[in-house]
Design a protein around this ligand. Sequence first.
Ligand code: CA
Ligand code: CA
Ligand code: CA
Length: 500
Amino acid sequence: MPLIFDADQLGFALTLAEAVKDEEGYVNVSTPVPFIDLFFMGAGEAEAGWLLYISPDGAVAYYEFPIDRFYVGDVESANGVFKFGLAVQTTFILYGSLGILNYSLPVLLADGDGDGSYDTVYADLSTAYYLFLKALSDTGMISGEPDDSLFDLSFADEAPAYYGNEVLARDFNGDGVNDFSAGALAGWTFDWVGLLTGESVNLGWRLGFDYAGLVLPGLDPQGRWVSILYDTYAHGTSVATVIASRGNVEFNLGYMETSLRGVAPGATIAAGGSFLINVFVAQLFLSGFEPQDSPLNWVYTGEHQVDVINNSWGNSYIALRGFITGADDYATIEDYIVSASGTVIVHAMGNGGPGYGTATTPGAASLVISVGASTLFDYRPLYGYLPSPGGDVVSWSDRGPSQMGVAKPDVVNIGSFAWAGAPVLVGLGDGSWAYDLFGGTSEATPMTSGSVALVISAYQQASDPSPARAWSRLYSRARPGTRGQTPSHRALDRSTSTGL
Ligand SMILES: [Ca+2]
Ligand SMILES: [Ca+2]
Ligand SMILES: [Ca+2]
């Protein structure tokens, strides 16, 4: 089962329409088709599919397509009965700098092995890709028209996705790099609004937003829903590539070609996809907690599912809510997760520096590894300057300490700036262009999480890893701060982490 947890159900799609295959190899869908959109908290019934694209300068493209009949060819489901639905996805492409996309992806569920449970997902990626390219072309974002044959209203040309082969993406120009991606099948979906279970509790946090609810399979065996987790923004994907990019893609940066290999290219990535609603539930789940019968009774199972949790986010407004950093509800729950489960949490310290006491929560939690940002000037040829080493704490990196008096951040790492991979859509139809100049303590944190993954991997081969051991090893390998910086400003970079 893939460790992909759809914490906010952003990728959740209802597949309630039955679709029966006829003798000509088509499935006929009775419309309207019910759909749900948990990004905009909407639901409805659709007579047609759609794609809406708004370019950065405000040009709008909108198309509809029929959804009552799709070709499936030789694709089979038990007794010829499929389930059909529309997965509604919204993406602010590269934080919206390349436009906003909202579209409905036709998905078909099949019981491929005939055992009575749905196990296989098909998505009409070629039709979605055609409309995406057409929208980019019609709004002047790219030149040329897409090939009409892509618009096929067919699942027969699409590869099946299933547990063991979860990614729903395609390479259309044959260079080995995916050019359109709808994300990946989630192993679990968190029914935080109680849509399917009727069980949902608003926890009424002072700071947080998390709901208590029950965890369901990402692919319903009865075929009523599927969660296809995707990235709405770009941030999470860039974070993940900084940690564990395999370096399989050669990106052309204009002044050099690079594979953008991650710090720990052998690490396995789990996803706790969240748009900052159920972010602590995602961490509880990945660190080995599960709800037992009741949404309010999350119990530690005795084994954390991941070794390291990367948190490239934080809240800067804690003082306005009457808390002090390090003693607030955010920090308390992360300290609890670390101490109860032994999972290492690495957290961004925030970009609100300089200044004494600058700290976000829960980046300033006592038991997490808090990360500030240091400089690296390898990217400067982009702007016509020579590269240079860097290695200082950058001006805007939060300085700490926490208001509990704990010296934070624990380390600094590259955050100003470095290249990172980005979601496939950032390539605007060609995945080889899906990269970005990334930065902030958001980037320094996965740089550090990758190092922690290497530390833990080494400990697992030698002895017993723990958050304290990971911290002490990391800290002892970091270079001392210079130029009047406090002792906590120790700089970590790839050379120190790979010198383990
Ligand atoms: Ca089956
Ligand atoms: Ca197709
Ligand atoms: Ca390609």
